[in-house]
Design a protein. Structure first.
Length: 387
């Protein structure tokens, strides 16, 4: 049977559905056990934030149209994906001061499992010689509300998708559109995010894009380990150099402040690569897969402060490294989209709920590594880090 479609938001048509709950009784077909619930949060920094809660019968996750169609949290049984930010979100963009003087106002809304950094810029803030902020930390897309949102459900196959359009544009400036579809299937432990970034204007537009995928307690903890098929790895700076021998392992709360490593990964025959974060016991984890051709670079962020300060790691596939934009442009990692041109990016996340699933993911990564010896640099790579 064909999927049924519900329009939840369409700014052009003045449509905004404040609350709706959808399930098998609304769709028909043989698929069972799923639900989709759209509502608007009230109180505190959440005031006015629209969320779409998807439960496919096995995996639960929350999409936030108000925050650039990011994914706030996910959960499968005892596997919790996300982190405990000091910021109590999800935060409405009206409470986030992106352009505050120090350039890091973006952190005031940082609370998601998956947040996109871009689209015109991402990475460290950048200032003019006179001290004016040119590009804030991690760009604007995460704080741009979607102006069109749809839900599609196929009652026979159990396919569920949430689609949204988000524009990052201004007069006399860069103009880009994000068209995203977040898909899952009844009874499955995974979701897929497919993004199309297009240039709707008559002039070229520049693009940076990084997927900041954030995981913390209780999945992340002492003895947790990142498993990745490494081609080349370099510390971002002197702070990361001190942690180089433990780059893929995690210590106790309060052990280190933020450190970052930059990587190129190996891929399988189809050009897809994969990383795995697993807990110390090896009986829970999360697997992330993507096309190395679409997202050729990877940043690993470790922030092992006390739990109340944000014990978290960021696994970050990207088209560029999160450095100041001018540095990335000099090194050819800022993309240019011609008028009408688009690029597609796909990320797949899978919750791993037992030792068998974790071992299978580790085996896949090991096969990608094969007999290749990782190139581990002792110091920052000149073309990767501006230090």
């Amino acid at each position: 049977m064909a999927a049924k479609i519900w329009t939840l938001t369409d700014a052009d048509q003045d449509i905004c559905v404040d609350q709706i709950t959808l399930g098998p009784e609304n769709v028909g077909g043989t698929a069972r056990g799923y639900s989709v619930n759209k509502r608007t949060l009230r109180g505190g920094l959440r005031e006015g934030v629209e969320v779409i809660e998807v439960h496919n019968g096995r995996l639960r996750f929350v999409v936030v149209p108000t925050r650039g169609m990011g994914i706030w949290r996910a959960e499968m049984g005892g596997v919790q994906l996300g982190w405990r930010s000091p910021v109590k979100g999800p935060v409405h963009p009206k409470f986030v001061s992106l352009w505050e003087g120090n350039g890091v106002g973006w952190l005031g809304g940082f609370d998601e499992l998956l947040v996109r950094c871009g689209l015109e810029s991402n990475g460290a803030p950048e200032f003019s010689p006179q001290g004016a902020l040119l590009y804030p930390l991690h760009g604007r897309i995460a704080n741009m509300p979607a102006h069109q949102v749809e839900v599609a459900i196929d009652g026979e196959s159990g396919d569920i998708s949430i689609s949204g359009l988000v524009d990052e544009a201004r007069l006399f400036g860069n103009k880009l559109r994000l068209t995203t579809t977040i898909r899952t299937k009844a009874g499955e432990p995974n979701m897929t995010i497919t993004d199309v970034v297009s240039n709707p204007s008559g002039l070229p537009s520049e693009l940076e894009l990084l997927y900041h995928i954030n995981l913390g307690l209780p999945l992340l903890g002492p003895g947790s380990r990142l498993v990745a098929p490494v081609k080349k790895l370099a510390p971002r700076d002197a702070a990361a150099m001190t942690n180089l021998s433990q780059w893929n392992t995690y210590g106790v709360e309060g052990s280190i402040a933020e450190i970052v490593f930059y990587l190129e990964l190996l891929a399988g025959p189809a050009g897809r690569t994969q990383v795995l974060l697993r807990n110390a016991a090896g009986d829970q984890g999360v697997s992330i897969q993507w096309s190395q051709r679409q997202l050729p670079y990877f940043a690993l962020w470790k922030n092992l402060q006390a739990a109340g300060d944000g014990y978290v790691t960021g696994l970050e596939p990207a088209i560029n490294f999160p450095n100041p934009r001018s540095f990335e442009k000099r090194h050819g990692r800022v993309a240019v989209l011609k008028p009408g041109e688009s690029r597609t990016f796909e990320i797949a996340l899978e919750a791993l709920g037992d030792a068998i699933a974790v071992a299978a993911a580790e085996k896949t990564v090991a096969e990608m590594q094969g007999g290749a010896t990782p190139e581990i640099l002792a110091q920052p790579e000149a073309g990767w880090s501006p230090v």
